[in-house]
Design a protein. Structure first.
Length: 333
């Protein structure tokens, strides 16, 4: 056993998909693109394969993973869909929405992938390549984001290889991910739908389909704690400073829209998430811009205020995690 010597690069054609599916069916780890971010996939029914995900990512705890499926029919073999879950699946699948529902009896997803919970997180991603891979694999595929634990999520194949080259069997390269932030997670358990993580589907769109407000995690005591949602996460090396109205000399700056903070002339590297102030475009650029500003070597990345509407909620959530105190103390200089 041990890490594979080299990671196989597979192209986005029929041969690449067939090879990736064969590797997944054999219990290997394969990174693949979804419309949100690249996932690190393994057969969700094979505990040894799922354990390999935690090892490759150096994920310290067994957080529950999202299982990816080609369509709603396959998802219904793994989870029990009540009326609200069904309405959301029909409205947003395939797409960047994950539903946490009671695990179905006789489902294939193993305990380790569910971290022992009686519920299961299911997602039908959009995007032809992900769909082709899931259909060819014919099994639920567990996949967290394909980064080392605590690092920024990958939206390009090069990001994945930077973190995981040599630790995973293969990567299916489908180019950049169009949405750029992870899926929205909604729990549909007892007590009504609750938002566990903002993401690629805006809260407003979900509430429009449900005809009512989504409960927040804090006000949904029946909702399970999603461990991956709490600690510092998505952390670049640099310190991250939010809602900056002014920047210090040498600070890297993450801009949004046309506004320019005071002191910008003396700043270091500057990138704009969306010069037009469009939250959808900003989400698509978020993680790659963070990586590029981090690579500039600046000690701090100052982020201008970002409005919370639409995908702004998910962008602000990821930036707050990037700015949170690190488990190992402050980021190294
Ligand atoms: O867009 C995405 O969702 C990406 C792509 C690859 O699909 N995947 C992703 O997975 O972001 P990951 O593992 O980074 O995030 C999964 C989140 C974690 O915060 C986990 O705690 C939560 O889903 N989760 C999984 N199963 C759960 C469950 N049964 N109850 C509550 N939370 C759950
Ligand atoms: Mg992640």
């Amino acid at each position: 056993s041990g890490a594979p010597a080299g990671t196989l690069r597979l192209g986005p054609d029929a041969a690449g998909v067939a090879e990736a599916a064969a590797l997944l069916r054999a219990g290997a780890l394969v990174a693949f693109p979804t419309e949100t971010v690249y996932g690190l996939g393994a057969d969700a029914g094979e505990p040894a394969a799922v354990a390999g995900i935690y090892a490759a990512k150096e994920r310290p705890r067994f957080n529950p993973l999202i299982a990816h499926l080609p369509d709603l029919a396959a998802a219904r073999r793994e989870g029990a869909f009540g009326p609200a879950a069904l309405r959301l699946a029909e409205a947003f699948w395939p797409g960047p929405l994950t539903l946490v529902v009671p695990a179905a009896e006789g489902g294939r997803i193993c305990d380790l992938a569910r971290a022992g919970l009686p519920s299961v997180a299911l997602r039908v991603p959009a995007g032809g390549l992900a769909h082709a891979l899931l259909a060819a694999t014919g099994r639920p595929v567990a996949a967290p984001s394909a980064n080392r634990s605590g690092r920024v999520s990958p939206t390009q194949a090069a990001h994945v290889l930077g973190d995981l080259d040599g630790r995973i069997a293969a990567i299916l390269d489908g180019g950049p991910c169009p949405v750029g932030v992870e899926s929205t997670i909604v729990a549909c358990l007892a007590g009504g739908p609750a938002l566990l993580r903002p993401g690629g589907v805006a809260r407003e769109a979900i509430e429009a389909v449900l005809g009512g407000r989504l409960a927040a995690l804090a006000t949904a005591p029946e909702a399970p704690v999603a461990p991956g949602l709490l600690a510092s996460h998505y952390a670049p090396r640099a310190r991250v400073r939010l809602d900056a109205e002014a920047v210090a000399p040498g600070e890297a700056v993450l801009l949004f829209g046309a506004a320019r903070p005071a002191g910008i002339e003396a700043a270091g590297a500057c990138l704009d998430l969306s010069p037009a102030g469009d939250a959808v475009e900003a989400a698509a650029n978020l993680f790659s811009h963070l990586r590029r500003l981090d690579a500039s070597g600046a000690a701090t990345i100052a982020v201008v205020p970002i409005p919370p509407a639409g995908l702004g909620e998910a962008i602000r959530d990821r930036l707050q995690r990037a700015a949170a105190p690190r488990p190992g103390g402050p980021a190294p200089p």
